[in-house]
Design a protein around this ligand. Structure first.
Ligand code: ATP
Ligand code: MG
Ligand code: ZN
Length: 527
């Protein structure tokens, strides 16, 4: 009786855990049985691995084989265990020597012909293997580029080849085409499969729309700049055709590129969702997600059967989630955003256990002032109708929005005026500087952007602004134009405006501008 062990990785959300597979070959009726909480999808691999082995001209043992997967409490879903299961069987029957497979992790599906097929989420799986101290991972060729991203040292600078080399000294990703190649290698009949090499492959989306395309709208553009600087959520209200969608689409282009840690996190989510580009490049630009208001709750926050897939809010992790025509989203969808907005992640409860995906996104809401969709002057709806429309967003969403802009259409003359507008890159430079200032200021506080600074914190001694600076906001409160919550929002924005201007603390002018973004309009009407 022989027992052989191999390693694989189970994924729950974007966190992977090593799974040990044991194959036991013993006397009794020929057949293959599973123990240890293998999902039906794993049990289905029985026929696949048998066919793959036989079609690779390797004899299938005519014996009783038991396969066990540990630890028992980790849900093991999908075809990603095929290769590890097949190798375990071959080791137990003596086709390959157990010593040759020690310290290796196998992550691939098997085709009936024995070919290695790619799996979703290979990046988080390989990262998990690497963090667990495993020395070697074997993946299908189609997963090569993505798996090689795991060579990157998360958290250090991308341009540090020495650090890269030492960190990878004892970690290799190997790429194979089929099972017979792997077995040839393990039995010493052929050379090891090639080592995946990391390319400088960064997704550089060229099609990011530029702020320079927007005529006029100086105030709305400025509001976007402030929002980008402090990572404030934004609410754009205004008549049809005013340019709300156009403006919102330009926010990602103002945000700083993702650092190594964030890029790996975002790429891992997109990998699990099967949304990486054909070259599996690292996602370096803050992502943009604009789900339609008819979207299902599962598509918005994640779900689906089997391995719960990430939804738009997780695909927007470290980027922008845009809800166009926001009041048209169902109350259930809007409610489902409450917890992720609070915690920066979403917990999906499945029959196999809870799955957590990251979901720290910057929210942009756009809405017409009225469900009739007419311009204000043509709208004959009752004031109540308009109020109720906006109230659909109240509570969970609007509670967290700092920047609120009323966007008026630019006058026809301005639209056709030839003027050199500032580009997104120009604004992004200021934003990056402001972000760095804020991150330094909040370094000891547990957050890094102004939007995350609690109001109480900004009102206490160390960050309290002088009475002269906050006077207009206090007046607004006295007059009932500004709520206590609104006051805190004004403070948060004032810090972002100060960071953009290079002021050590917000000036009276910075505060006045923040107050405007709470109560003003993009046209000439100021509150
Ligand atoms: N300031 C502007 N500069 C250049 N083009 C503009 C501007 N404002 C509007 N447009 C043009 O008008 C079109 C409509 O703008 P957009 O779709 O952004 O408006 P909207 O406010 O989102 O409208 P709706 O409420 O109907 O969704 C844009 O595609 C663009 O061609
Ligand atoms: Mg629109
Ligand atoms: Zn109306």
């Amino acid at each position: 009786m022989t027992v052989a062990k191999t390693l694989a990785v189970a994924l729950a959300g974007v966190s992977g855990r090593l799974v040990e597979i044991e194959a036991d070959v013993g006397p009794g009726l020929p057949g293959l049985t599973f123990t240890g909480l293998a999902d039906v999808s794993v049990v289905e691999s029985r026929d696949r691995i048998r066919a793959a082995v036989m079609n690779s001209a390797i004899e299938w043992p005519n014996k009783r084989i038991t396969l066990a997967l540990f630890p028992a409490d980790v849900p093991k879903i999908g075809s990603r265990f095929d290769l590890a299961l097949a190798i375990a069987v071959l080791a137990a029957t003596g086709v390959v020597a157990p010593a040759t497979i020690a310290d290796s992790v196998w992550i691939a599906e098997l085709g009936l012909d024995g070919s290695l097929r790619p799996v979703r989420g290979v990046l988080p799986a390989v990262l998990a293997a690497r963090r667990a101290g495993v020395r070697r991972v074997v993946v299908a060729r189609a997963n090569c580029a993505e798996a090689a991203l795991a060579y990157r040292p998360g958290g250090s600078h991308p341009s540090a080849p020495e650090a890269d080399a030492s960190a990878n000294a004892s970690f290799d990703v190997h790429v194979a085409d089929d099972l017979s190649q792997v077995v040839g290698w393990l039995t010493g009949r052929s050379a090891p499969p090639e080592r995946a090499t990391a390319h400088e492959t960064e997704a550089e989306s060229s099609a990011t729309p530029d702020l320079a395309d927007v005529a006029g709208q100086q105030l709305a553009k400025r509001a976007l700049e402030v929002a980008a600087a402090g990572r404030h959520h934004v609410f754009l209200q205004g008549a049809p055709g005013a340019g709300k969608t156009m403006l919102a689409e330009r926010l990602p282009g103002l945000l700083p590129r993702l650092n190594d840690d964030a890029a790996l996190d975002v790429t891992a989510v997109h990998s699990v969702a099967g949304r990486l580009d054909s070259q599996s490049r690292l996602v370096r630009r803050p992502p943009w997600q604009a789900p339609h208001h008819s979207t299902t709750v599962a598509a918005l926050v994640g779900g689906g059967s089997g391995l719960a897939r990430p939804g738009a809010i997780s695909l927007a992790h470290h980027g922008v989630l845009f809800l166009d025509e926001a009041p048209e989203f169902t109350p259930r969808a809007i409610d489902a955003l409450r917890q992720p907005l609070e915690s920066g992640e979403v917990v999906l409860h499945r029959s196999q256990g809870a799955v957590t995906y990251p979901a720290r996104f910057q929210l942009v809401l756009a809405a017409n002032p009225c469900p009739c969709g007419r311009r204000e002057r043509d709208c004959a709806c009752a004031p109540n109708t308009r109020r109720r429309y906006e109230q659909r967003l109240s509570g969970p969403l609007l509670d967290r929005v700092d920047v609120r802009m009323y966007v008026d259409p630019v006058p026809r003359g301005e639209l056709f005026e030839e003027r050199a507008n500032e580009s997104s890159a120009d604004v992004a430079r200021r934003v990056a500087k402001a972000r760095a200032t804020a991150a330094q200021r909040w370094a000891d506080s547990g957050w890094s952007v102004n939007a995350d600074a609690p109001g109480a914190f900004l009102r206490q001694d160390r960050f309290r602004l002088s009475p002269r600076v906050v006077a207009p906001a206090e007046l607004g409160m006295e007059r009932g134009q500004l709520s206590a919550r609104g006051y805190d929002r004004v403070l948060r924005m004032a810090w972002s405006i100060a960071d953009l201007a290079g002021h050590v603390t917000p000036t009276a002018g910075d505060l006045a501008e923040a107050l405007f973004f709470r109560t003003g309009r993009s046209g000439s009407v100021a509150a």
